[in-house]
Design a protein around this ligand. Structure first.
Ligand SMILES: NC(=O)c1ccc[n+]([C@@H]2O[C@H](COP(=O)([O-])OP(=O)(O)OC[C@H]3O[C@@H](n4cnc5c(N)ncnc54)[C@H](O)[C@@H]3O)[C@@H](O)[C@H]2O)c1
Ligand SMILES: [Zn+2]
Length: 365
């Protein structure tokens, strides 16, 4: 067992530790006990994660003197919905959970969002401890306090802010992830490097983080760096104005690529491609330093992620501006100008269309 690093997050509503390391599941109960006065722990997990890790999680909580109940829902984004939410709340009430008790989110971003929103709503809010089991959940969704579920009209339309009381990121749990899901998480990791950390970016370019890696120390080190980056941005701006917007680097085009693929291509893959496209356009327009785009392309490709998209430009434009049109004529784009440097630019629809022409489907093969 090893704790590589503890990252302290001081959010406005709560301060908490993100413990990153390996073999940490065994000490989860003791860690929860140290930060919560709960008598009951309610574990939420999904049908892929529960068979692998629920027993160890429950054993650790029980050993720390907590009474444990759980709810396991079918894995997949299509279950991040009201129906699941209601069943979880009914089971929480059935288990006799009180205001002082704690919800444990054991799973990827879907479980984290689902369990977090249930905790935020139950009796107007009880504590949640995040135990992320995907790379994406470790570096992105478990930190920052956003929780949400989907409606039939769109993703993440209902939710709440609830900072966790503790995050335990055990990178040894990533060994069972599908390669594709692991690599998908790298999209946000490279994004964080481009956004805020040149050292991390250069490290990844030289030593890409690939699925099946047995170097847990390196994995934990990279996760901890990413948690710190997200922490710094979110701390500066807890409720999503200004700086937090920069976390959307690569996302305007990324979301359009994702929608054009009917959500069959992973979010991280789309963000990676979106990031490369916006960097290409930024360099062509003289907004970014020379060589930036090629540098980002190399790092992204080294992780096994796409650097471009073949989606038709008109399709990208339509998807990228779908919800934005209602807010006037412009689009906010996060433009990388160097590694660890970016700016928010508001551009007209015509200028955005030009950005797509310059950046998408134009990568040197
Ligand atoms: N709240 C936020 O700030 C935030 C940020 C980014 C994304 N999200 C949300 O996160 C979700 C995506 O998260 P995700 O990519 O982790 O998807 P996910 O939770 O669906 O996990 C991906 C797949 O991996 C499986 N899995 C998880 N851990 C595993 C493990 N250790 N071993 C084997 N299989 C495992 C899951 O069952 C699932 O099938 C989306 O719903 C997105 O909206 C939220
Ligand atoms: Zn994202």
């Amino acid at each position: 067992m090893g704790v590589a690093e503890t990252v302290r997050v001081d959010a406005r509503s709560r301060s908490y530790d993100v413990v990153v390391g390996w073999g940490l599941l065994a000490s989860l109960g003791a860690r929860v006990h140290a930060v919560c006065k709960a008598e009951n722990a309610f574990v939420v997990s999904d049908s892929n994660v529960a068979p692998l890790y629920l027993a160890a999680c429950e054993a650790s909580l029980t050993a720390a003197g907590l009474r444990v109940a759980s709810h396991v829902f079918p894995a997949g984004e299509q279950h991040k919905r009201m129906g699941t939410f209601e069943q979880i709340l009914e089971d929480m009430a059935g288990a006799g959970l009180t205001r002082d008790d704690v919800v444990i989110a054991l799973g990827g971003g879907v479980v984290g969002d689902m369990a977090g929103f249930a905790a935020a709503s139950y009796m107007r809010g009880i504590e949640v401890v995040q135990v992320p089991t995907t790379l994406l959940a470790m570096v992105d969704s478990s930190v920052g306090g956003k929780t949400a579920i989907d409606l039939s009209t769109g993703k993440n339309l209902v939710g709440a802010f609830l900072q966790p009381s503790l995050v335990v990121a055990d990178v040894s749990l990533l060994a069972t992830l599908d390669d594709e899901v692991f690599t998908d998480g790298m999209g946000e990791v490279v994004k964080h490097g481009v956004l805020a950390d040149e050292e991390l970016f250069d490290e990844l370019a030289v030593h890409p983080l690939l699925p099946g890696t047995s170097d847990l120390a390196y994995l934990a080190h990279i996760v901890a760096r990413n948690v710190a980056i997200k922490r710094d941005v979110v701390n500066a701006d807890e409720t999503e104005r200004g700086l937090r917007q920069t976390l959307n680097l690569g996302h305007t085009l990324g979301h359009a690529i994702e929608a054009a693929h009917d959500f069959t291509l992973g979010h991280g893959h789309c963000v990676a491609a979106g990031l490369c496209c916006i960097a290409r356009a930024a360099e062509a327009l003289g907004w970014a330093e020379a060589g930036l785009s090629a540098r980002i392309d190399r790092c992204v490709a080294a992780q096994g992620l796409p650097i471009d998209t073949e989606v038709a430009h008109q399709t990208l434009l339509v998807f990228a501006t779908l919800d934005k049109k209602r807010h006037g004529d412009g689009v906010n784009v996060i433009v990388p100008t160097g590694i660890s440097r970016c700016e928010i630019r508001r551009v007209s629809l015509a200028a955005f269309s030009h950005i797509i022409d310059l950046g998408c489907g134009t990568s040197p093969a």
